[in-house]
Design a binder for this molecule. Sequence first.
Ligand code: C5P
Length: 202
Amino acid sequence: MAFTIAIDGPAAAGKGTISKAVSEHFGFGHLDTGLLYRAVGARMLDGAEPVSAAETLEVVDLERDDLRTVAVAQAASKVAVIAGVRAALVDFQRAFARRAGGAVMDGRDIGTVICPEAEVKLFVTASAEVRARRRFLELTAKGSVLTLDEVLADVRARDERDMTRAEAPLKPADDAILIDTSTLSIDDAVARAIAEVTARLG
Ligand code: C5P
């Protein structure tokens, strides 16, 4: 059975955590589509031309250990504005979304562009300050020396680029269910997402 759950939203809203928990709960596959853009961004930082990097992306590119850095995140949001980069990644994402056994797709444009027919669409968000604090704690735990203000500036710069681009801008689909995690615990946010999916699985 194919069943697609689209989970979109801005950086550090809790999409990744919710997506993993939902995919484990239902036994569905999980694709973090941000990793595709990060891998293209990382290859651009290495000197590759972004569209040809996207067209020739390989599994090893997705296994690099620098994909979670702030520099690669910024590069990802820069290559993500390029129509040719987005086009090169569409087929892979759509095929994964319709895999047998169900799929959780997390990204920015899953409910609007990649899978407008997804059975469930969630839009996970939170205030920029709350998201920056979460990302700051995550990065600090990994040894980063960035300040909270620097992380907030990074979150805002990526939001701006993701929401104002012409190609597949970040926005909720008309029929998306909004989950604001600003004041929700991780457990409550996950429970809410699982309840919404359960209601639609029937
Ligand atoms: O979700 P993550 O922070 O890993 O995404 C990195 C960047 O990739 C985002 O800021 C966004 O510019 C881009 N992206 C996108 N479409 C997606 C997933 C990510 O444009 N479906």
